[in-house]
Design a protein around this ligand. Structure first.
Ligand SMILES: [Zn+2]
Length: 272
């Protein structure tokens, strides 16, 4: 029986985790592992219809609602303004904040955006990716942010980094989420304001393209559930098909600094 692990997810926006690894997180929880989530921004830009204040309040409710669906036990919201993370959080500051959280939560496994993937247009995703990767790589070095150690936080080693991406590269771990696709969609649909925005975004694309898809162009974005269900299943099915699963999520994963190369006759256990 594999040991129960602690998982820590760093994301920029409240729905990043659900879109990229919601099924995998649900599977970790189902296997008895414990998951905590860090949301770097307050998500206050993602709406065509709500004010920033209304949106911030809605997003807080939605983030916690989705975390409950997936079984995430702790949510830490840092509250940086959406879309402005790289200006408002200098790299040294954000890396230090992330390192503090790592030394407090003491995870075995970290999930975040892949800092090395191409075609990532969102500055918040890139900023979180670098800060999380750097923080996790050095959190066990006591001379990094030594003031945290003086306060009594122990340095902490994180063995595994799992990276998700819009355009994944060098995928070396694919998780079968066939039993968790419904939960992933259910969690995503808790993010009502963002799913309305997603469908409205499809409609922008459609109008600009001149193509005709009557069922989408006539859809009230508030009736988003069927459209989101279709999109999420199509993406997960396309990944699954290449690996013999009905639905799957892809990751680039590094484990224990590649130490297994020195023990070719032994195998690392899998947690999911
Ligand atoms: Zn995002």
């Amino acid at each position: 029986m594999p040991r129960k692990k602690k998982v820590l997810v760093f994301e920029a926006h409240g729905d990043d985790m659900e879109f990229t690894c919601g099924g995998t997180i649900a599977k970790f929880v189902d296997r008895g592992h414990e998951v905590a989530l860090v949301v770097a921004t307050d998500n206050d830009k993602g709406s065509f219809e709500l004010s920033a204040d209304e949106l911030r309040a809605a997003r807080d409710r939605e983030v916690h609602g989705a975390a409950r669906v997936l079984g995430v036990s702790k949510v830490i919201c840092l509250g940086y303004p959406d879309g402005e993370l790289q200006e408002k959080a200098p790299p040294h500051v954000l890396r230090g904040q992330f390192m503090r959280i790592i030394r407090e939560v003491r995870p075995d496994i970290m999930f975040t955006w892949d800092p090395f993937t191409p075609y990532e247009g969102h500055p918040d995703h890139r900023t979180v990716a670098w800060a999380a990767h750097e923080a996790v790589s050095f959190a066990h070095f006591p001379l990094y942010y030594p003031e945290q150690v003086k306060e009594g936080l122990e340095p902490h080693y994180v063995g595994e980094q799992w990276f998700f991406a819009k355009a994944p590269r060098d995928v070396n771990k694919v998780v079968d989420i066939s039993d968790y696709i419904d939960k992933k969609i259910q969690a995503l649909c808790q993010h009502e304001s963002q799913m309305v925005l997603t469908v409205a975004g499809f409609q922008f694309d459609l109008r600009a393209s001149g193509l005709r898809l009557p069922e989408l162009e006539n859809l009230d974005p508030h009736d988003y559930e069927a459209a989101i269900d279709r999109r999420v299943r199509a993406i997960a099915r396309a990944v699954g098909r290449q690996h013999g699963f009905e639905y799957a999520e892809p990751f680039r994963r590094t484990r224990f600094g590649g130490i297994e190369r020195f023990a070719p006759d032994q195998e690392l256990e899998e947690d999911v």
